[in-house]
Write a protein that binds this ligand. Structure first.
Ligand SMILES: Cc1cc2nc3c(=O)[nH]c(=O)nc-3n(C[C@H](O)[C@H](O)[C@H](O)COP(=O)(O)OP(=O)(O)OC[C@H]3O[C@@H](n4cnc5c(N)ncnc54)[C@H](O)[C@@H]3O)c2cc1C
Ligand code: FES
Length: 505
């Protein structure tokens, strides 16, 4: 049975274990979160500051980053036509140039330092699987022409299933993100790193800037970088109204022969999305298929969605056996632009809503935050400004939908299932009370109250990742209640209660 640990990438991890923080400390830069964004912020600032600290509530890069598909591209799916329509040509051009700059920076860094991370330079391909997508691609091609993005158009079938057209950006890349980050960590010997250390509170005003951890230790800092996926900074910002979680599944297997799917980074424009790339292990190539993307607020059966992805891989790409499968979530913003920069009138910086394109965007964020802290001008600051107005029709529409989701989780019978198998979990209802129950393979039962500590939505049990997931704003908790992601301020409490549930065999 697969669990959150089973990611193709994490099997490569050679990172050491880092200690838990057990004292009060002072540091110049405190980075909350040790995914790709936090680690790269530390790297970029290490030439300017000797005293940098990363605190990670779990293990470095074991949340979103370790479950990515690791394409490095500024193609970002079907996006430029929409950016021009909603934001205008100048902003769309800035978005493209910022991500191209980050792409070039990352690829050059890997080449210059000879970083062993399976870098593969290849084409990024937006393909049309339907007639409707064909028209999207025509619009996207016009956007590329207007923005000066190098591209190639084709109408021959490019994949084993019917495709109507494709828009290719040459010279893009893929890599093994864990091998890359292990190399970067090796260059951060002066950075203090603490794992299993969760920040529960930050204070940031003219007199003092500090964070408090779960064990009540104080970390005083000059600057705090929120590289925590969902921004930890609270203030009066209500980020949960501006950013929203979207999910997807990944399955990895072998195709019968590599000519079936030519090397490349493939993605289509409309749901169901199927993203495809190759990944290498022991000189063997595996196909990494990602898809069934959707907003996290729909209440669907996680296992069925994963199964639909695998069926597509079997029927259309002839993948008979999958060796890895997982679930992952990233944040999107209600105005399509990530939030990167300094929180107004504070010593805090945030970087979030990478829209499943965090490989280039995290590099961009680390460069922008480095420039902001070291008082250099960064030309992309205005576009990504996290303090911009979000009073848009899309923001209002999204938040109305969120209110509905809250009530759906309260009323919905479909999330209740009193039958729990070993190695699985469920939301059960006993004498009118809901409990979250997970029974491990040895029969040990873990019981929690399935209510999100953020704003009290009822949690769903996700049997793909063995987590409790909040459909409202994306908080996620391991089966034993440990918080993994999202705005929830604390873990779920494990209840010492015997519900007398016998696992189904
Ligand atoms: C299915 C899927 C496929 C993807 N594929 C691609 C791709 O091909 N190319 C691409 O460019 N992008 C891709 N992405 C997006 C990319 O993986 C993410 O944008 C990126 O990994 C986010 O990195 P991060 O460091 O910001 O967040 P994370 O990796 O989530 O790191 C944040 C860290 O902060 C820690 N943390 C949170 N709160 C606290 C706290 N209070 N105290 C201490 N620590 C805390 C968390 O534990 C976590 O480890 C994909 C995303 C998904 C969902
Ligand atoms: S994350 Fe907001 S209610 Fe759960």
């Amino acid at each position: 049975m697969l669990d959150m640990k089973k990611s193709f990438w994490l099997e490569f991890s050679k990172k050491q274990d880092y200690p838990k923080l057990k004292e009060n400390i002072k540091t110049d830069i405190l980075i909350i979160g040790g995914g790709i964004t936090g680690i790269l912020c530390a790297y970029e600032l290490s030439n300017y500051y000797k005293d940098i600290t990363i605190v990670e509530q779990n293990e470095l890069y074991h949340t979103t980053t370790g479950y990515t598909t690791g394409k490095i591209t500024y193609q970002h799916g079907y996006c430029y036509a929409n950016l021009i329509k909603d934001k205008g040509m100048a902003r769309a051009k800035d978005y493209y140039e910022a991500n191209k700059m980050a792409f070039d920076y990352l690829v050059n860094q890997i080449k210059e330092h000879n970083i062993d991370c399976d870098l593969d330079i290849t084409d990024a391909v937006l393909y049309a699987k339907t007639k409707a997508e064909y028209y999207d691609l025509l619009k996207e091609r016009r956007a590329y022409e207007a923005l000066g993005i190098d591209h190639h158009w084709g109408e021959n079938q490019i994949l084993p299933f019917k495709t109507y057209a494709y828009l290719k950006v040459p010279g893009q890349a893929s890599f093994n993100v864990v091998k890359y980050l292990d190399h970067i960590l090796g260059r951060l010997s002066d950075v203090k790193i603490y794992e299993n250390t969760k920040v529960t509170e930050t204070v940031d005003n003219d007199q003092e800037v500090y964070a408090i951890t779960t064990d009540n230790y104080k970390i005083e800092a000059k600057y705090i970088i929120n590289a925590s996926h969902y921004p930890f900074y609270k203030g009066f910002n209500f980020y949960f109204l501006k950013v929203y979680p979207t999910i997807a599944y990944v399955a990895v297997g072998k195709v019968p022969h590599e000519e079936l799917v030519p090397n490349g980074l493939y993605i289509n424009s409309q749901n169901p999305i199927y993203s495809i790339r190759y990944a290498v292990r022991d000189n063997e190539k595996y196909l990494m298929l990602a898809g069934q993307s959707r907003d996290a607020n729909q209440i669907d059966d996680f296992k069925k969605e994963l199964s639909a992805l695998k069926t597509f891989g079997k029927e259309e790409l002839s993948i008979d056996e999958y060796i890895y499968e997982w679930y992952n979530q990233d944040y999107d913003s209600t105005d399509m632009i990530p939030l990167i920069g300094r929180v107004k009138s504070s010593h805090s910086y945030i970087a979030t809503a990478f829209k499943k394109w965090g490989m280039t965007t995290s590099v961009l964020a680390s460069i922008m935050i480095r420039d902001l802290i070291t008082k250099k001008v960064n030309k992309y600051q205005e576009l990504f400004n996290p303090n911009r107005s979000f009073l848009t029709f899309k923001t209002i529409k999204y938040n109305l939908k969120m209110g509905k989701t809250f009530f759906k989780t309260k009323l919905l019978k479909a999330i209740i299932d009193n039958n729990v198998k070993k190695g699985e979990g469920s939301i059960v209802k006993i004498i009118n009370r809901k409990y979250g129950v997970y029974i491990d393979q040895d029969g040990k039962t873990y019981v929690v109250k399935p209510i999100c500590p953020h704003m009290k939505c009822t949690l769903l049990f996700n049997n793909v990742s063995k987590t409790y997931d909040c459909p409202c704003h994306g908080s996620r908790f391991r089966y034993d209640g440990k918080c993994l992601d999202g705005p929830a301020p604390r873990d779920l409490e494990l209840l010492d209660i015997d519900l007398k549930i016998q696992p189904l065999s």
